[in-house]
Design a protein around this ligand. Structure first.
Ligand SMILES: [Zn+2]
Length: 360
């Protein structure tokens, strides 16, 4: 058995764990947060949407002006990715596009980022333990990652209590993102025994708790399962990569105002079907089907996921304005997305079109 595995410097998980935050932050933190800002003595930078490169430039300027020494993100995936990118750029010269993949120059960071502490308030992205930040570049209508092994957070604090207030639609979309981020790394060509262990445990917890967290947001046991599953998904994807669903999520998120998790959910059963039809990772899909349904046929996993999407009221992609006339461009861009490289099989443009059209 051989594997390599990288993650945050320290992971603190548990109900009430965020109470230790005031002791963890530096003396001059930059607090990146959403509209509901927590009570911490810090310079505040508010992020209310998925971050653009301009948001990162503004955050870096504030960090330097206030002579901050740490970045602390308390919020959903957008807030965590924004903080992670701000911490990375704060100690490096140049600007985000110099380092961005796909549409930027993709240069490597020269200096270690400022210490970064991630505190998720949703259970889905796992961004608290990943080494990339997804930024949108409005000029190109695309999303791309700023990525470096040095961008892994210094500390990840995961407190399920912070997710108790999430409304059902957000619980559904972020929870489906978590499920996608457990299924894709499990069937990925880069999976290893440690990521496999995390994926199977995570899928088991989503299966038993996502419906519960959706129908009763105050169910702390279900929220704890989802927070843990989200963490496991982040650990897995950072080390084993993703696949076709996330390959589509990047160009769709760049061109349309659509929540990442809901996009992944709408695509997930169709992405699974394309891989299974292509004969890829069948034993792995069979493992997933056994976990979800007690039956070994890979197709059983597809039906289970499709009915979960229906129960959670996941909209079709047409709800975000995506139409048949967008299919060619989206498939073209998806085939170049970094997540697509980890899909267990290279899907043709025809196969990609089938996936996307079925989700519209
Ligand atoms: Zn995702």
């Amino acid at each position: 058995m051989q594997f390599e595995f990288a993650t945050a410097g320290k992971i603190i998980f548990g109900v009430g764990s965020s109470k230790s935050l005031p002791d963890l932050v530096g003396s001059r933190p930059l607090l990146v947060t959403g509209r509901r800002a927590p009570q911490i003595n810090a310079t505040r930078f508010i992020v209310t949407a998925e971050p653009t490169v301009q948001v990162v430039r503004d955050g870096v300027a504030l960090f330097r002006k206030e002579r901050c020494d740490t970045v602390v993100s308390i919020g959903g995936g957008s807030v965590i990715d924004a903080g992670k990118a701000i911490a990375a750029l704060a100690t490096n010269s140049g600007e985000p596009l110099d380092y961005l993949e796909v549409v930027g120059k993709g240069a490597a960071l020269e200096n270690a980022p400022a210490p970064f502490i991630a505190v998720p308030t949703t259970a889905g992205t796992g961004s608290e333990v990943t080494r990339n930040a997804v930024l949108s570049v409005p000029e190109y209508r695309v999303k791309a990652s700023l990525r470096s092994p040095m961008m892994l957070p210094r500390v990840a604090v995961i407190d399920p209590e912070l997710t108790l207030g999430l409304p059902p639609a957000l619980t559904a979309s972020t929870g489906m993102d978590a499920l996608t981020q457990l299924i894709e790394p499990y069937v990925s060509g880069k999976a290893n025994v440690l990521t496999d262990t995390f994926c199977l445990e995570g899928i088991r917890r989503v299966a038993r708790s996502l419906r519960r967290a959706y129908s009763d947001g105050s169910d702390l046991e279900a929220r704890t399962d989802m927070a843990f599953a989200s963490l496991l998904g982040g650990l897995a994807l950072a080390n084993a990569g993703l696949g076709v669903v996330h390959g589509f999520a990047a160009p769709i998120g760049g061109m349309f105002d659509a929540p990442h998790g809901a996009v992944c959910a709408a695509l997930l059963p169709h992405g699974m079907r394309a891989n299974i039809r292509a004969g890829a990772a069948l034993m792995r899909y069979s493992d997933i089907a056994m976990l979800l349904t007690g039956r070994p046929e890979p197709e059983a996993a597809i039906s289970w996921v499709a009915s979960l999407c229906a129960e959670l009221d996941i909209p079709r992609l047409s709800a975000y304005g995506i139409r048949r006339e967008h299919v060619d461009a989206l498939c073209e861009n998806a085939s170049r997305a970094s997540s697509m490289k980890a899909n267990p099989v290279v899907l043709s443009q025809d196969e990609l079109q089938t996936v996307l059209t079925a989700a519209i």
